[in-house]
Structures are given as structure tokens and as C-alpha cells.
Design a protein around this ligand. Structure first.
Ligand code: NM2
Length: 517
């Protein structure tokens, strides 16, 4: 018996409407948008930025405590639940869920911004400033950042696997708090906010990676990079995805993403061998050492007396982006983490995630930095005159194998983007579906619709133009998710304490018999 898959028109129209209106407004008056968005960014970042730093620190302490506490050994799915995936498969899936083509962009070029405007008011060009330029990315993509993914993963995972709540939605992570059930108004609100934040977080990612892919394609094909080419890149990625979704090639796209991991690591290996291998190792060790020694300082530096804007421009932006992206990663990782203990989820996500992202920064970032320092390529000049995407092309041009290395990188970035469309549109479509009997997929038209919506935001942001404009999308999308994060932490703890009472009456082995609704 197949039940009907019903669209949830409220969630559908509210989230599509918000994103549609924003895009329409920006297209109708891009000049006003170019002025307004940076102002909004400045205002929001200055106002709530320090709060993000504080919450980030509290979160890390909370997670480490949770992992080491008696709740750390609680297993998702109950005490006897077997692990669904082996550790290597789990680690690579969680890594791929958590990052996208945005990592490829920023690992290549982030250092060049820090090189020009170093942290802590250091004078540019000093050995210390250069070491920080190489190291700071390891922090922005490191343990504190991955912690933002952990909370939704645990809150959703525990409610889903141990409490038998049958929905993979963000409201599932809030279900331990009265009023937040999937069909209650607050729960619906959470799921609708989730959809908007996902559109903002994924839109940011595509907003960074699209110009990079377009610039690489232009260089490989020998044509001029342009806004038209950027739109074409996004459309081709979207069509690739739509074709595979329409043909029901879910398995296909999964294989493609496995292949992608292979491609990207082959690329990193190539750079590692062809580039200054010894320097990568030295810079990696130094970078991790610097971040470890200064961990509290980095997490708490709010630049109260300086005016370089480093924290507002970078740490706050990154925290916002991780937060906005957190719920979708949480949903996915919760789903694949059955059989893992809370401790394994916390240390595994933070550990494997940080190491995977760090590898990109150590190899790709230091390759570019070394080109700059040896005078082989003036990457910084290229960045300032032609933008980040062209600066990446300049770095890639220095690699051996002519355009082949660059092609490998570009193909991996396209597949990363296509898989972002795939998972994001699937989750958006599920969130806007009222009842989705297990084993059934949301309607195809919805998935294609959301893929188009996911493309609309980055196209509009690119049309208005500028780093700040893209950053603003992430910042705004993150604000409501922070509030939901507090509810999730509360819900998780309420359920854990209820199921594992202090005086030895441990019920952690039993999945909750009834869905709590
Ligand atoms: N985060 C990890 O494109 C991407 O890498 C998506 C970005 C949130 C900074 C994720």
C-alpha cells in the first residue's frame, strides 16, 4: 500500500517566498543591494558577533564534557545497535556532508587575505604574520567549527534513533522540549527556519565556488570569464543534478561522490608531491602547533581595540556559515550514525572533520603561499586586481601537467556542487512534505523546484557582486539557527537525563517504545 506524498504548502510557500522576495528585490535594485547588504552585515556582525564567539566556546566545553560524562557511552539506536557503517566509510561520509566546493575555494585563497591583513594587529610580511596566514584557516575550519555541526547531529540522532521520533527534520532535535513536535506550531516554525537557513548556507557555498569553476573553465577552454559564464556554470551543474535525479540515479550520484573523494585526494597528492613537500610538512606542524597553543585566544579574540575588522570579517563570518549549514549536516550525520556512541560522534566529527579540512589548507594553502613568498606567482596582486577566482587560476597554472591538474580540480568542484544540490534539494523537498512514509522519496517536481531555488540565490548574489554580499547570506541565515541550537541542547539533555537516571537505573539500551509527540 503506498500512501500519498503530500506537500506541506505552508513550509513550502513561506521559505520559497522569503528567498524569492530577497532575490527579486536584489535583481530589481542591485545598486541598493550592493550598498545595503554590507551595511546589514556590519550591523549584525558587530551586534551579535561576540555572542557567536561566546556560544562557540560554551559549545566546545559542553561537548567535551558530554563526551567524557556518563552520557558519552550512550549509543545511538540503543546499547546493542550495531554500527551501520564502518569507521572509514562513516568518516568520509561525514566529511563530504560537512564540506563542499567552498572548501576548495577557501583552502586555496584564504591565506592571501590574512597575508595582507594579519590577525592581532601584526605588521604584514613579518615572519609571525606569515605563519599566522598559513595557520589561521586551520582554526576557522577546525575543532570549534566542527563543534557547530555536532550539536544538531546529537540532538537529532538521539531523538531519532533512541526516542523513535520518525522524522528526519530539524524539529526532531527539539522534540525533547514541549511544543516543538513535528506537527506543532513551534516545530513547524523550526522546520521552516531550517529551510531558509539551508538555502542561505548552501547559497553561500555555491556563491563562492561558482565563479571559481567558471574561471577554471574559462582558462581551460581559452575563453573570457564573465557573469554569463558563471550563470552557465551554475545551470550546467544544476542540469547535471536534475538529470540524475529525474533518472532516479540516487545510487549514481552516491557513486559520483565516492569518486569525487578519490579525485580530490588524487589532486591533493599531486600537489603534495609536485610542490615543496618538506615545506608542507613544516608548515602543517607549525600551523597546528600555533592553533593548539593559542586555542583559547583564537576562540575568544574579539579585537576590542583594533580596527582591522579581522574578527568581524572572518571568525564571525565563518561561525555564521557553519551554524547556518549545521542543521543539514546534522540531519545527514544523525542518519548515518546509528550504532555510534555519543563520544564517538563528538570526537569523530571534530577529529576527522578537522583533519580532512586541515589537509586542504596545509597542502593547497601553503602551495599558494609558497608561490607568493618565492616570487613565482604574485597571487595577492591577482587577488586584489581580478578577484579570488582568478587568483585560484593563477595558483593552478603553476602546477605541472598543464591544464590537466586544473581540470581535475574543476571536475571535483563541479561534482561537489552537484552533490550539494542533490542532498540539499532532497532535504528541502522532504521538509516541505507533510507525510513521507518511510522508504518513499519526496515528489520529483519538488526536488527540481528546490534545486532551482538553490541556484537562484547564488546567481542573484553574484549579480549584485562582492565578497560581502555572499557573506551576508550566511550571516543572516545563521541568526535564527542559534536560538534553535539552544532549544536543541536543552532537548538533548532533557532526554538523556530522563533515559539515564543518575542512580544506576540505566535505560540507555532501550530505544524509546513510543514516538513522543
Ligand atoms: N562550511 C563548512 O562549500 C562548503 O565547503 C560548504 C562550508 C560551512 C564553512 C560548507
Amino acid at each position: 500500500m503506498t500512501q500519498r506524498v503530500r506537500t506541506d504548502w505552508i513550509a513550502f510557500s513561506v521559505s520559497a517566498g522569503i528567498v524569492g522576495l530577497v532575490c527579486l528585490g536584489l535583481v530589481l535594485d542591485p545598486d541598493a543591494g550592493a550598498v545595503l547588504l554590507p551595511q546589514i552585515y556590519g550591523f549584525v556582525a558587530e551586534t551579535i558577533g561576540p555572542l557567536y564567539l561566546i556560544l562557540g566556546m560554551i559549545l566546545i566545553v559542553f561537548l567535551v564534557w558530554l563526551a567524557l560524562s556518563r552520557f558519552g557511552t550512550v549509543r545511538l539506536g540503543g546499547a546493542d545497535a550495531p554500527e551501520e557503517f564502518n569507521t572509514l566509510g562513516w568518516a568520509s561520509m561525514l566529511f563530504c556532508a560537512g564540506i563542499g566546493a567552498g572548501l576548495m575555494y577557501w583552502a586555496g585563497i584564504e591565506w592571501a587575505y590574512y597575508f595582507q591583513t594579519p590577525p592581532f594587529g601584526l605588521p604584514p610580511g613579518t615572519p609571525e604574520a606569515i605563519e599566522w596566514a598559513s595557520a589561521y584557516g586551520l582554526f576557522h575550519w577546525g575543532p570549534s567549527a566542527w563543534a557547530f555541526y555536532c550539536l544538531p547531529t546529537l540532538a537529532i540522532g538521539y531523538a531519532y534513533h533512541n526516542r523513535g521520533i520518525p522524522y528526519l527534520r530539524l524539529s526532531t532535535g527539539c522534540a525533547g522540549t514541549p511544543g516543538f513536535g513535528a506537527h506543532q506550531p513551534l516545530g513547524r516554525l523550526v522546520d521552516t527556519i531550517f529551510m531558509v537557513s539551508l538555502l542561505g548556507g548552501a547559497g553561500t557555498s555555491l556563491g563562492f565556488s561558482t565563479p571559481m569553476i567558471a574561471a577554471l573553465a574559462a582558462r581551460i577552454l581559452g575563453v573570457q570569464a564573465s557573469f554569463g559564464l558563471e550563470v552557465a556554470t551554475l545551470v550546467v551543474t544544476m542540469v547535471l543534478f536534475a538529470l540524475s535525479a529525474a533518472a532516479g540515479l540516487r545510487k549514481g550520484i552516491q557513486r559520483l561522490s565516492d569518486l569525487n573523494v578519490g579525485l580530490i585526494f588524487a589532486f591533493l597528492a599531486l600537489v603534495f608531491i609536485a610542490g615543496p613537500t618538506g615545506l608542507f610538512i613544516e608548515a602543517g606542524v607549525t600551523g597546528y602547533g600555533l592553533v593548539a597553543q593559542n586555542f583559547i585566544r583564537l576562540n575568544s579574540w574579539a579585537e576590542p581595540f583594533g580596527d582591522t575588522g579581522f574578527v568581524i570579517d572572518w571568525t564571525i563570518f565563518y561561525w555564521a556559515w557553519w551554524i547556518a549549514y549545521g542543521p543539514v549536516v546534522g540531519l545527514f550525520v544523525a542518519r548515518i550514525s546509528r550504532g555510534r556512541t555519543i563520544r564517538q560522534v563528538i570526537f569523530g566529527m571534530i577529529g576527522y572533520g578537522s583533519l580532512g579540512a586541515g589537509l586542504f589548507f596545509v597542502i593547497l594553502g601553503n602551495y599558494g603561499l609558497n608561490l607568493q613568498l618565492t616570487g613565482a606567482v604574485d597571487v595577492v596582486e591577482r587577488l586584489n586586481s581580478d578577484g579570488g577566482a582568478q587568483a585560484i587560476v593563477a595558483i593552478m597554472d603553476a602546477l605541472p601537467l598543464d591544464v590537466w591538474a586544473m581540470g581535475l580540480f574543476a571536475v571535483a568542484a563541479v561534482v561537489f556542487s552537484a552533490t550539494t544540490y542533490d542532498s540539499a534539494s532532497y532535504i528541502l523537498a522532504s521538509s516541505a512534505t507533510r507525510s513521507l512514509p518511510s522508504g518513499q522519496d519526496p515528489a520529483l517536481w519538488q526536488r527540481l523546484f528546490w534545486a532551482a531555488m538553490l541556484g537562484a540565490l547564488p546567481i542573484t548574489l553574484l549579480f549584485v557582486g562582492g565578497l560581502r554580499v555572499v557573506q551576508t547570506a550566511a550571516l543572516i541565515a545563521s541568526a535564527p539557527v542559534v536560538l534553535i541550537g539552544l532549544v536543541m541542547a536543552r532537548s538533548l539533555m532533557a532526554q538523556l537525563i530522563e533515559d539515564q537516571p543518575p542512580q544506576g537505573k540505566d535505560r540507555s539500551g532501550d530505544p524509546h517504545p513510543q514516538p513522543l509527540e
